[in-house]
Design a protein around this ligand. Sequence first.
Ligand code: GLN
Length: 331
Amino acid sequence: MAPPQELVGYFLVGTPLSRNSLRARSFLKPLAALTTTELSTWIQQAKTQALQGRVPERIPRLAQANPNWFAVHICCESGTSYSQGDTSCVFPLMSAIKPFSLLYLLEHLGAKTVLQWVGVKPSDAAFNSLEQLMADGGRPRNPMINSGAITLADKLPGKNPGDRTQLFCQWLNQLAGCDLSLDEVMLASVRSTRSKANQAIAHYLTQTQHLKNLETALDTYEQICCLSGQVEDLALLGKLLACESGCLNPQNRRIVNAVMLTCGLYEASAEFAVRIGLPMKSGVGGGLLAIVPNQGAIACYSPALDSVGNPVVGLSFVEALSQELQLSIFA
Ligand code: GLN
């Protein structure tokens, strides 16, 4: 039962109760009971971690990012949102797009078909590991690593890579109310230093009959990785996975969230399932998305990455938020 409005306000601002008892009595879900003071404190603490990471050098355009940039946007189920930091920065989603290409295909083709193409098993190898793919005989372990995402890029609907990317981007923008667009400068930079690991993966996928068209698959993969937006756009995308909206099949949302929890941070996924306890996805562009089921989504942008390829400041911030607000899905 919803509390009277004046009661909510009273408990939020009017009493010296400790935060936890205040939250328990405020009737608000933990994420929506966050205060902007808490947010600022946890951001400041997390930002001290930036020195532990490095901005990736492989893609020249990404290498220009400032390791000290940080932005967060949180969208709550209730419609409340929080935004702090360098929120006007536009960044490419890179691997943070992977949960959404999975979702898109699940919605269009169904789980039975999609899960014939990719597995749902975690991998303890790097996100672009050819060895893992070879050990598995060419069947991608999961859609959160490059082999799986390249395989799914091969199956996206549309005549050619540009058309596929546009259709996918329109679908996301319409459904999430976000404003993603293709960053052509970033795409040119990605193409100018095309990843050898991704090429080797695509060749092996072709040899083992997992790809219909190698060039289409790789080009589509590179294009969807360059879909770009602000941290708010990433949070709005996350809200699709966090909250029931009537637009998506709940079973598909459950699949994507489960795969994010177990595979979204690559070989560090299990460690962060224990430390944070939320479905998450990172991208080499510095984006990090955390899903708080039935409460909302947390999106961060912090370009410095750890050795696994996950954004250090974003992870440190989400860990503080999850522990302080007790957001873990494991109660
Ligand atoms: N385009 C990037 C790559 O394949 C995306 C990988 C990532 O974000 N981890 O190298």
